[in-house]
Design a protein around this ligand. Structure first.
Ligand code: IDP
Ligand code: MG
Length: 137
């Protein structure tokens, strides 16, 4: 069993899509181990997306991620990192496969509704950034 980290981003929370997206996650046989709604601070968003700090879209991305509440979640299942990335679809919704979350719901390459860890190592870092051991027990 592998854990991955998911964010339902502000555009999707605003449009009442938490339930729809979680239905897609659960019907793909991933278990939602933990889930909470939070409001990211600018500092937290900058740390979370630090790997992109030199990209031209960084400041806009931080502004967008702090524009409203997000639902942060820990998912569990066999090969969950890769499987959740597949369910999410490509970063750019124009390139996302039919039936993926981003194809269905993303508004743009930036407001693309969901985040998912890109490796098991990053999943551990991201889970520990947002959740305590107590919340995962
Ligand atoms: P990912 O979320 O599919 O892993 P990353 O390349 O890690 O994609 O980018 C992180 C986030 O930054 C994306 O999900 C999206 O919200 C935003 N982003 C990525 N590329 C662009 C871009 O070219 N313009 C605006 N925002 C972008
Ligand atoms: Mg990424």
């Amino acid at each position: 069993m592998q854990k991955t980290f998911s964010i339902i981003k502000p555009d999707a929370v605003k449009r009442n899509l938490i339930g729809h997206i979680n239905q897609m996650i659960e019907s793909s046989d991933l278990k939602i181990l933990a889930s909470k709604k939070i409001y990211l601070t600018k500092n937290q968003a900058e740390i979370f997306y630090e790997v992109h700090k030199d990209k031209p879209f960084f400041s806009s991305l931080v502004e967008y991620m702090t524009s409203g509440p997000v639902q942060v979640q820990v998912l569990e299942g066999e090969n969950s990192v890769a499987r959740y990335r597949k369910i999410m679809g490509a970063t750019n919704p124009a390139e996302a496969e039919d039936g993926t979350i981003r194809k269905l719901y993303a508004e743009s390459i930036e407001a693309n509704s969901v985040h998912g860890s890109d490796s098991e190592e990053n999943a551990k870092i991201e889970i520990n950034f947002f959740f305590s051991g107590l919340e995962l027990a």
